[in-house]
Design a protein around this ligand. Structure first.
Ligand code: NAP
Length: 278
């Protein structure tokens, strides 16, 4: 069994981005909108901000109050869309409950959409075209597989979870890489019968559901889930201790998909900058 070390690879990718940024006379600039007081969101935004600083990428965090209106949030996005100093826009999710997330995401200019969540960029993915940016977590997972020389083409990839930010775009990206893809979700019957046929098994549910009996011998197992257990420790969807001896490759939690997501965000910011300054 080999560990898919997202922490090490994430660092490597960050170094590559840093070297590219050093060569630029003008620096890429990421704007992050943080609405409300969600503690986890604050931590994520802080990490993104610090990583930008370390790589020489400018970053601006726009803090909006919990009671911000949808109109005000959309106006802020529109302002950033036409600001020549801003190359990438990220709206930290989840937004406060009274705000329609997809309506706000729709407002982001596709060429500044660093998460690849706008209808234009997701539509490009669906139709097999190249979006301005690929969603960061799926993109990080594909990079993690490719840089570890794991073949995707022709393999049966089973994705558990069908969210707009992970499961759905990831399935489309695996399809683009010529995997045969099966998507599973909470209404899937006989989940373990399906997962046992996976060459590549990716779980993105936030529920601790993947046990040894669900994994084929020598399968590649990617764990996207982030769960805080009763002892306050972070763990994933997969019972790592059980599954590690069955899998050929497995991601740890933490230190697997998480750092790859941040690395993809940095890479996307640089790439959007380069596309805008061709
Ligand atoms: P989400 O929007 O809550 O979606 C969860 C998905 O899992 C849904 O499609 C749901 O099915 C499915 N699901 C839930 N319970 C299931 C079960 N028992 N069997 C089969 N499918 C089940 O979550 P998300 O935003 O995609 O995130 C998923 C997890 O990944 C979370 O733990 C999140 O914290 C983590 N995450 C990590 C990163 C990272 O960088 N490491 C990035 C993003 C998310 P239905 O559609 O039928 O409800």
């Amino acid at each position: 069994m080999q560990i898919l070390d997202g922490k090490a690879l994430g660092k490597e990718i960050q170094e590559e981005v840093k070297l590219e940024v050093e060569k630029l006379s003008k620096k890429p600039h990421l704007a992050v909108i943080l609405a409300g007081e969600n503690p986890a969101s604050k931590i994520y935004v802080n990490t993104k901000n610090k990583t930008c600083e370390r790589l020489g990428i400018k970053s601006t965090v726009i803090n909006l109050p919990e009671n911000v209106t949808e109109f005000e949030l959309k106006s802020k996005i529109r302002e950033l869309n036409v600001d020549d100093e801003i190359n990438a826009i990220l709206v930290q999710l989840p937004l406060p409950a009274h705000i329609n997330e997809s309506e706000c995401i729709k407002e982001i200019s596709p060429i500044k959409d660093v998460d690849g969540f706008t209808p234009e960029n997701l539509g490009a993915l669906v139709s097999g075209k190249t979006p301005f940016a690929y969603p960061c977590t799926p993109s990080g997972i594909i990079t993690l597989l490719k840089r570890n020389n794991i073949q995707i083409s022709g393999k049966h990839a089973v994705v558990i979870g069908r969210s707009n930010i992970v499961g759905k775009p990831l399935s489309l990206m695996l399809l683009k890489e010529n995997a045969t893809v099966t998507m599973c979700h909470s209404k899937t019957k006989n989940l373990s019968e399906i997962t046992k046929t996976a060459d590549i098994l990716i779980s993105a549910t936030g529920k601790r559901i993947v046990t040894k009996d669900m994994v084929k011998n020598s399968a590649v197992v990617v764990d996207v889930g982030i769960i805080r257990n009763s002892e306050g420790k972070l763990e994933g969807d997969v019972d790592f201790e059980q599954v590690k001896d069955t899998a050929s490759y497995i991601t740890p939690v933490p230190g697997g998909v998480g750092p790859m997501t941040i690395a993809s965000l940095m890479k996307n910011t640089l790439e959007l900058f380069l596309k805008q300054n061709k």
